[in-house]
Design a protein around this ligand. Structure first.
Ligand code: AMP
Ligand code: GLY
Length: 421
């Protein structure tokens, strides 16, 4: 197969590496891709929002499978348009993508299906803000009902800030969600799903805050590891029975069923009860970097099976190894990152028996001499794959310590929560 990957993050580089190791895959194309994907396949300078150009490119290249990384093109209907042209697409149609595109849609569906999640109210009236806030204990969780790249959520114990967040959202969008604050520990459960069945990837944990010990502002994700022991076998069983199974039953019976990766963000409380924080309709970034390499089965065949509604006919086998990935971010990220800087030492990798260390590139471009330069907030992530989580973490840090990028920063505590809370 010739495959086109849509996106430009570490997630897409992880997909490109996995596909390049698949015997079912011949050529790999990316749009727009990054430095890492340019080392594996051919990058095409097309914006992910330009859905029509992506469809044209797929037709011109006679692509056999399109794999969509980010949510925006899915919400815009890329999958629907590819399906109309008879091109298999890994990534759900526009209607299913509403699970991520509209938090209100997702919440209403969870209530309808009795899926455990925090209580919420929808507010569209500027007059009754204080009355609405009084229905919940602080801290208050306020969510805009738009695709905001993780930036549409305010969690605050300060009533003035809560009022402002509600007011701003109503003025911008006409409505806002006020949610019950969920205590506990978060985990990410990625599920490959189509109408014929589903396969749950090993659980992972992201690190959303920019600084060590979960300090500073939220980011797209500063590192991840898998498997996450907080998802014990009993938590995993509850997630399957209470969340994934009813979601699959609903999604498989739609006229156009879900085909792609359902990302279930959960909060696990002290008693081990999982509640849904959010649904996404794609692989996570950096969760992809710590789960995709664990898929032992030919990745091209796995993704093609899902794209054509045939997952039940493929045996998906997972490696029992552990993976950790540590994100290297540009100076000033997550505010206004400083980009365009040269990266040094990025050719380091480790391949020692059972232990592998590699770089997943994200916000990077190629300069006139073919070298990698930074072009985004998250520049790359250093990934360690090993028999134990401790070795995986050590390997990831060994790799990141060889890389030099002026002003860059990374967290030094990725994966610590695997050992203690
Ligand atoms: P979301 O975009 O819905 O995933 O929210 C972004 C982040 O805000 C989550 O990963 C959580 O860390 C936090 N968050 C969202 N909703 C809640 C909630 N109901 N209770 C506690 N934290 C939340
Ligand atoms: N790492 C969180 C996400 O991809 O949404």
């Amino acid at each position: 197969m010739d495959v086109l990957i849509v996106g430009s993050g570490g997630r897409e580089h992880a997909l490109a590496i996995g596909l390049s190791e698949s015997s079912s895959v011949d050529k790999i194309h990316c749009c727009p891709g990054n430095f890492g994907t340019s080392q594996i396949g051919l990058n095409h300078d097309i914006d992910i929002k330009d859905v029509n150009s992506i469809v044209n490119l797929s037709n011109n290249l006679q692509i056999d499978l399109v794999v969509v990384g980010p949510e925006a093109p899915l919400v815009s209907g890329l999958s629907d348009k590819l399906t109309e042209q008879g091109i298999p697409c890994f990534g759900p149609n526009k209607d299913c993508a509403q699970l991520e595109g509209s938090k209100l849609f997702a919440k209403k569906l969870m209530n309808k299906l009795n899926i455990p999640t925090g209580r919420f109210i929808e507010i569209s009236n500027l007059e009754r803000i204080d009355e609405n806030l009084s229905f919940f204990k602080p801290p208050w969780v306020i969510k805009r009902d738009v695709l905001a790249g993780g930036k549409g959520v305010t969690v605050t114990g300060n009533i003035e800030d809560a009022r402002d967040a509600i007011k701003n959202a109503i003025e911008l969008d006409g409505l806002v969600l006020l949610e019950e604050y969920l205590e506990g520990e978060e985990a990410s459960i990625l599920v490959l799903m189509d109408e014929s069945g589903y396969s749950i990837l090993p659980p992972s944990q992201d690190h959303k805050r920019v600084g060590d010990e979960d300090s500073g502002p939220n980011t797209g994700g500063m590192g991840a590891y898998s498997p996450a022991p907080i998802v014990t076998p009993s938590v995993a069983t509850r997630v399957t029975e209470e969340i994934i199974s009813p979601m699959h039953h609903y999604l498989r019976n739609l006229d156009s069923p879900f085909r792609g990766c359902l990302f279930v963000g959960i909060m696990i409380d002290r008693d081990g009860s999982p509640k849904v924080v959010e649904f996404n309709v794609r692989f996570g970034d950096p969760e992809a970097q710590v789960t995709i390499p664990l898929i032992k089965t030919d990745l091209g065949m796995v993704l093609y099976s899902v794209a054509t509604g045939n997952i039940e006919n493929i045996d998906i086998i997972f490696d029992r190894k552990s993976i950790a990935t540590v994100v290297l971010a540009s100076e000033n990220y997550p505010n206004k990152p400083i980009v365009g800087r040269k990266i040094f030492g990025y050719d380091s990798h480790i391949d020692e028996g059972q232990i592998r260390g590699l770089i997943h590139f994200s916000g990077t471009n190629i300069d006139a001499n073919g070298n990698a330069i930074s072009s985004g907030g998250r520049v790359l992530s250093a990934t360690g794959i090993a028999p134990s989580i401790i070795e995986a973490i050590e390997t990831a840090y060994q790799i990141i310590n060889t890389i030099k990028l002026e002003g860059s920063h990374y967290r030094t505590d990725i994966g610590k929560r695997a050992f203690y809370k």
